[in-house]
Design a protein around this ligand. Structure first.
Ligand code: F0G
Length: 466
């Protein structure tokens, strides 16, 4: 049975069940691989107690307006669960006693206006919700606090994940905070040093496997059936519940007036599924009155969802051999593809792909606005430009990009871009030329006033990057 809730007067805990999206099977508990015991598909958490009253449901027995003011009031509180930008919205999460919450004060991420990028893309209002401002530098922390807390509650000694880098960094940190051990499986040579170094620093047992991410995830799924380790990939539905908070916090920041579009990068497709689930739940609970269109962007070299939708109508997964410099989304066999197809269809969103060069340009433009992000996050802006040209995003519409990772997550990419050798020796070498106006390579000078003044003068005459 679900554990007891964080006690608060007048609030009923959000009792939850595991629900198979494919065959509809409902259960109180789940097996270690979080697969449906009947059909083997992924499970989702549902809340049977959210009762319908009139046309709208109620979470925790209270109305939408009361929820909004309760969440606002909690911003003045100094308890760990209220300081967390995830647990502050706990009425929409599975119930858990506060004593088991493992938190690093995740969430609470900024929503930036992006006027320069808006001009480039040709939209009137563009915002970036920067999930890279989370404690370990990526959106993973919002899901990890929930999944790690439930692992803690269940008494697991070991938690484990397969990762392209960010999940492992985040899981290792939350394991350490919760007094658990962590096992990380990453593809050897295919993740950024900066993410790998985080896992080491937080004390994970880190295995670099001679395979890709998809191979790591396959192995992990076998491992959890053989060893007492609890898996914290986004197959774990508690991760999805925590990642919903991104969308809830975003709506609160927009005063509950949804934007027309939300654009997110797609890898294993847990995040898009989580954002979509949150939007649908918020609509059903009367917290928002209409749904933004949720769209997913991938790179051309890791475009499993794009192909699945275009070539198979979203009915069966088309896996690919993924190859992209956006190592975070170098995934060819996304686990949550069915969930993502469902939320794209439910919100009226779309899926698009961008080239390596388009991604690199978009990243430099986001950086030039003083915001910065890791390469995988920049596909959102590159994708937006395409969606505007195609007329999918229309004149006058408001758009929010989800920046999933911090600029400092992949310094090699940024340095190679600015030095001009990012695409050296690759098929994209000639396409890379238009990017030169955005490059700002470091300048080595003699330590004289004259040399610095001359450089300043030259720079002042040259046109700004964007
Ligand atoms: N952006 C970043 C920075 C990521 O690290 C990831 C996924 C994604 C986007 C895609 O999100 O998988 O939910 O569709 N990183 C995972 C990891 C796979 O292991 O760190 P998704």
């Amino acid at each position: 049975m679900p554990p007891s809730a964080i006690p608060e007067p007048g609030v009923r805990p959000s009792d939850f069940r595991f629900h198979c999206l494919d065959c509809g099977h409902v259960a109180d508990s789940a097996s270690p691989d979080y697969r449906c015991p009947r059909c083997g598909d992924l499970l989702e958490i549902s809340y049977p107690e959210w009762n319908k009253s009139g046309i709208r449901s109620r979470a925790s027995g209270i109305s939408a307006d009361d929820l909004k003011s309760r969440w606002k009031e909690r911003r003045l509180s100094s308890t760990p669960v209220d300081l967390s930008g995830v647990w502050r919205f706990r009425e929409l999460l599975p119930a858990l006693n506060a004593a088991h919450v493992v938190t690093l004060r995740e969430g609470n991420t900024p929503l930036y206006e992006m006027p320069q990028c808006a001009r480039i893309a040709g939209v009137p209002r563009l915002y970036a919700k920067h999930q890279g401002m989370n404690p370990t530098g990526s959106f993973k922390d919002t899901g990890m606090t929930v999944a790690a807390s439930f692992a803690h509650h269940a008494g697991y000694r070991w938690i484990a994940c397969a990762s392209t880098g960010n999940t492992s960094a985040s899981m290792a940190a939350y394991a350490a905070r919760g007094g658990m051990r962590s096992l990380v499986l990453v593809p050897e040579g295919k993740i950024s040093w900066s993410k790998l170094s985080q896992a080491l620093d937080y004390g994970a047992v880190t295995c670099q496997l001679r395979t890709d991410f998809d191979g790591c995830l396959r192995l992990l799924q076998e491992l959890v059936l053989r060893a007492p380790v609890h898996q914290l990939n986004s197959i774990n539905p508690f991760r999805i519940e925590g990642q919903k908070s991104l969308a809830i916090e975003l709506m609160e920041q927009m005063d509950w007036q949804p934007p027309d579009h939300i654009i997110v990068p797609g890898g294993n497709l847990g995040n898009s599924s989580a954002i979509g689930k949150a939007l649908l739940e918020m609509r059903d609970l009367g917290l928002i009155s209409r749904l933004p269109k949720l769209s997913v962007i991938q790179t051309e070299g890791a475009n499993a969802l794009v192909r699945t939708l275009r070539e198979a109508g979203g009915k069966r997964l088309i896996s690919v051999n993924a190859e992209t410099r956006a190592t975070a989304i170098r995934i060819g066999n996304p686990a949550s593809w069915k969930k993502a197809v469902r939320v794209l269809e439910a919100t009226g969103g779309t899926c698009e792909q961008v080239s390596e060069v388009e991604m690199a340009q978009a990243k430099a433009e986001i950086g030039a606005e003083g915001v910065g992000c890791e390469p995988a996050s920049a596909v959102t802006f590159a994708g937006l430009k395409k969606l505007v040209k195609q007329g999918f995003v229309k004149a006058g519409e408001t758009v929010v990009l989800i920046l999933t990772g911090n600029l400092l997550k992949d310094p090699d990419f940024t340095m190679e871009f600015h030095r001009g050798d990012l695409f050296a020796g690759t098929p994209h070498e000639s396409e890379g030329t238009p990017l030169s106006r955005l490059r700002r390579p470091p300048i080595v000078l003699d330590a004289t006033l004259d040399a610095v003044l001359r450089t300043l003068e030259q720079a002042d005459k040259s046109a700004p990057g964007c």
